[in-house]
Write a protein that binds this ligand. Structure first.
Ligand SMILES: [Zn+2]
Length: 465
């Protein structure tokens, strides 16, 4: 009852103020002058540029000395800053691990945090709350809620065996086909197969999704990467450390017991024929790989803790849970994940070098510490740790994501005619990737949002809502 009263009070608020109080640039014509541009294509950064935005679109990019600034434009001198395309992140969630086997929907804090961190488009890649993600997307699109443009992934397509009560267990292939069509009718625009799905269910789901022009990805175990590729999957989440292809005597449609998959990757020769052939097969079949190094590094004690600002965003109980687990991890002598993280980085680099479409996301799961917004910035730093140049890391986080979504004509790079989705940071991420943390402004469709103010608005709330 109290909840209803609170909701009524929220609904009675001035429509739009929850968004407008964070808008710092809303002029119809804006010129960003004297700025360094990293355009998202992988091309070198260009200094002293001027970008003109009009009506939500980039109308010109060029040398500041010769740029034509339209009369009446709001001119912002951004000397010392770099402008990059807004991130297109493909393994995001609206939920956070709050302890036990339940994932709490973070429908208040996460959309804000993603936008504040520089994410202007994202795929949710798995959904624990059915209609919540769809309704959040609608509210964001309607301008009544802060957040990125969302490709909503339907609830997981999963077989029996997952100890998470929020997830449905598919009965058979017909059920998988039915579920795809049901959620597509409701507005879901992508699908995700999960660990215990069968080949028949995955194949059926992929066919139904493709009939509707939609894509399907998977975090797989019972189905190998090669099998999934031959069944038409479009993308594989997490990369190679979850591939069950290298488990000896793997039984069809069964997720190998215990940590057999991890052991098989820990002992895999990444330069051997097995790894190279799998990469070649995925590249040939145009299956993308989603890098999620941010979640994997939380399992490695020698990797840094979540940054203090991200910890400040957590509910005190959620913070304690993260810190206690991390302290226990530091005492562990098991170094399997150190090896797995290093191998995953090598394999992702090999996949990209072989011509594969590597995209990136953050996966805020595990035991916590992967906090939306902050984690998206961290994802770029980890791609650089994996051996990519900063410019390639930006490309993976922008243009590659846009390509996967089939939206690269509109988003993912900085060029005349593209949607004005931009991140303004202090410093120069092309020289020092950590500068991606210094976000001042995020433009979505030409509207500039005050990133620090949005971050401040959700302090202490992640884990709660
Ligand atoms: Zn995930």
């Amino acid at each position: 009852m109290l909840t209803h009263l609170v909701l009524a009070a929220l609904l009675a608020q001035q429509p739009g103020t929850s968004v407008s109080q964070f808008v710092s640039v809303s002029d119809s014509v804006v010129a960003l002058t004297n700025v360094r541009v990293i355009d998202g294509t992988g091309a070198p950064a260009r200094d002293r540029q001027t970008i003109v935005l009009e009506g939500g679109t980039i109308v010109s990019v060029g040398d500041a000395a010769s740029a034509k600034i339209p009369a009446g434009a709001r001119t912002m001198d951004l000397a010392g800053r770099t402008v990059m395309p807004g991130y297109v992140m493909l393994h995001e969630h609206m939920f956070y691990p709050s302890g036990g086997a339940i994932y709490n929907e973070q429908g208040y804090s996460f959309p804000r945090l993603y936008l504040a961190g520089g994410v202007t488009s994202m795929r949710t890649a798995g959904n624990m709350s059915g209609y919540a993600d769809l309704n959040i997307k609608k509210s964001i699109d309607a301008g009544t809620m802060l957040g990125p443009t969302i490709d909503v992934t339907a609830p997981y397509l999963e077989g029996p065996g997952l100890p998470i009560p929020q997830v449905k267990a598919l009965r058979d292939e017909a059920d998988a086909r039915k579920m795809v069509n049901y959620w597509a009718d409701e507005g879901a625009t992508s699908f995700k197969a999960y660990m215990h799905i069968t080949r028949a269910e995955l194949g059926g789901a992929a066919q139904e999704a493709h009939k509707r022009g939609l894509k399907i990805t998977g975090h797989l175990c019972s189905v190998t990467f090669r099998e999934a590729a031959s069944l038409g999957i479009d993308d594989l989440e997490h990369g190679f450390v979850v591939a069950s292809d290298f488990v000896p005597d793997k039984k069809p449609d069964e997720c190998p017991a215990g940590n057999a998959v991890q052991r098989s990757i820990a002992t895999l020769d990444v330069n051997g024929a097995g790894a190279r052939d799998l990469i070649a097969d995925l590249v040939r079949r145009r299956v993308a790989i989603t890098s999620t190094l941010t979640i994997f590094e939380t399992f490695v004690a020698s990797q840094p803790s979540a940054p203090s600002k991200a910890l400040d965003a957590l509910l005190p109980e959620a913070r304690r849970q993260y810190e206690q687990t991390r302290a226990a991890l530091a005492k562990s002598t098991d170094t399997t994940w150190n090896i797995l993280l290093r191998k995953e980085m090598q394999l992702e680099k090999m996949f990209a070098d072989a011509g594969g479409l590597l995209v990136v996301g953050t996966d805020p799961t595990g035991f916590g510490g992967v906090v939306a917004g902050y984690s998206n910035q961290r994802a770029l730093e980890l791609l650089v740790q994996a051996g990519f140049t900063p410019l390639d890391a930006v490309k993976i986080a922008t243009l590659n994501g846009a390509k996967y979504l089939g939206r690269d004509a509109k988003i993912g790079t900085i060029a005349a005619g593209k949607q004005a989705d931009l991140i303004v940071v202090r410093g120069d991420p092309s020289q020092r990737i950590d500068d991606v943390e210094n976000v001042e402004l995020v433009f979505k469709k030409g509207v500039g949002y005050d990133s620090p103010k949005i971050f401040d608005s959700v302090k202490g709330q992640v884990g709660l809502h």
